[in-house]
Design a protein around this ligand. Structure first.
Ligand code: SF4
Length: 388
């Protein structure tokens, strides 16, 4: 697993570091009017034009105030965005330019309390996360192409979210945005209209539905009335021309209703842009609720195929996230996505002999050993069966 933070060693700092968000740059990129931290390598002669330098070892001389990076952050390259504490002793990676997935955490607060939440809600004040997100957006390199906006529940902070979306529209209009939300706030027509009026050209809201009726959905998200609000929110977004993805986490409670949920979506929400069927990440609340939520993916393949066939027959784009190919019915391989973020995916020892390793997204390192008991390398032919 790629480390995203570590203890650093300041060198020659005379003042506290400000601001706290910086983009890593090479020597050729001028300091301009941006907080750019120049990465010093031993192959280049650096002129003292930057406000801050980053080095990878004590033997490398910097021409100005510098921070020596910890060994675990040796992967930093120009284009990455980092947070630095004001004393220069801690560096955190906020944007990895080489990663396929980057998300900005906007809040840890949430009005749901899902049994399998990988990021358990906290009540503490965290408005600074939106401010940090704006600073990150201002520093994004032109190569950045997509960005997740996640929580917690970002819509709890309506004004800050709208402000951030406007900032994205004005600063990085080319970037695809994917907002993860429980959808409940969009039941408020006024808020849904504000969101639509921002006019981000490429934004989609990813909203979970866990059951085809209120009682089970409300139980899974531990919030009475959530199902009705979420459905009203999706309908409001759709009526305003906004793109919506429905996310279904496949777990012990959702497997028995998966087929009915697919029928519910096909009949009542056929206009949505896509459905994502998601494997469990066994971290956060999923750990203490293990017996409540865990089911081995090998044990629900029939239900997954049936749900996917129903959605396909309604011409709804369907994708499967977070599943290893060796436990997935081969008819589902064509819609399986390598979805686990680069920094938290890994492969098992036997994966190196697997013939589909390059197409497989591997496992969550955050799940520890809470994995399917049916993971096996696929040897020889790996032709998928016909897609559903
Ligand atoms: S053995 Fe490893 S690489 Fe192969 S399909 Fe399973 S998890 Fe993926």
């Amino acid at each position: 697993m790629m480390k995203l933070s570590g203890r650093a060693e300041p060198n020659g700092l005379h003042d506290r570091i400000h601001p706290n968000v910086w983009r890593v740059c090479g020597a050729e990129e001028g300091p301009a009017d941006l907080p750019l931290a120049c990465l010093v390598t031993d192959e280049e002669v650096i002129t003292p034009t930057h406000h801050l330098y980053l080095t990878r070892s004590p033997g490398i001389e910097a021409p100005g105030p510098a921070i020596q990076l910890p060994a675990e952050l040796a992967h930093l390259v120009a284009g990455d965005i980092i947070g630095i504490t004001s004393d220069g002793r801690r560096v955190t990676v906020l944007w990895k330019s080489t990663a396929t997935h980057n998300s900005l955490l906007l809040t840890e607060q949430c009005d749901n309390y899902c049994l399998m939440c990988s990021q358990p809600p906290k009540t503490r004040e965290d408005a600074w996360l939106f401010e940090r997100a704006k600073r990150i957006v201002s520093l994004l390199p032109p190569s950045a192409h997509s960005m997740g906006l996640t929580g917690g529940e970002p819509t709890l902070h309506a004004d800050a979210l709208i402000d951030l979306l406007e900032h994205c529209r004005d600063t990085t209009p080319w970037i695809q945005l994917h907002l993860l939300s429980n959808g409940r706030r969009f039941a408020d027509v006024g808020f849904a209209c504000r969101y639509a009026r921002v006019g981000n050209t490429d934004i989609m809201a990813g909203i979970p539905i866990y059951a085809p009726e209120p009682s089970l959905h409300d139980f899974i998200v531990q919030a009475r009335g959530a199902f009705d609000e979420t459905i009203r929110g999706i309908l409001n977004l759709a009526s305003l021309g906004q793109r919506v993805e429905i996310r279904i986490v496949v777990q012990r409670h959702t497997v028995p209703v998966l087929a009915d949920l697919a029928v519910f979506i096909a009949r009542n929400l056929p206009f949505i842009d896509q459905v994502a069927l998601m494997g469990l990440e066994m971290t956060g609340l999923a750990r203490p609720n293990f017996t409540e939520v865990w089911i081995d993916p090998a044990d629900y393949q029939a239900q997954l195929v049936q749900a996917t066939q129903t959605l396909a027959s309604a011409h709804i784009v369907t994708k499967i996230y977070n599943h290893q190919l060796c436990v997935l019915d081969r008819r589902l391989w064509p819609i399986a996505v390598r979805s686990i973020s680069d920094w938290k995916n890994d492969y098992l020892d036997f994966c190196h002999e697997c013939s589909v390793r390059d197409a497989c997204g591997g496992v969550f390192t955050t799940s520890g050993n809470r994995l399917s008991q049916h993971l096996r390398p696929i040897l020889g032919s790996h032709r998928p069966a016909s897609a559903v």
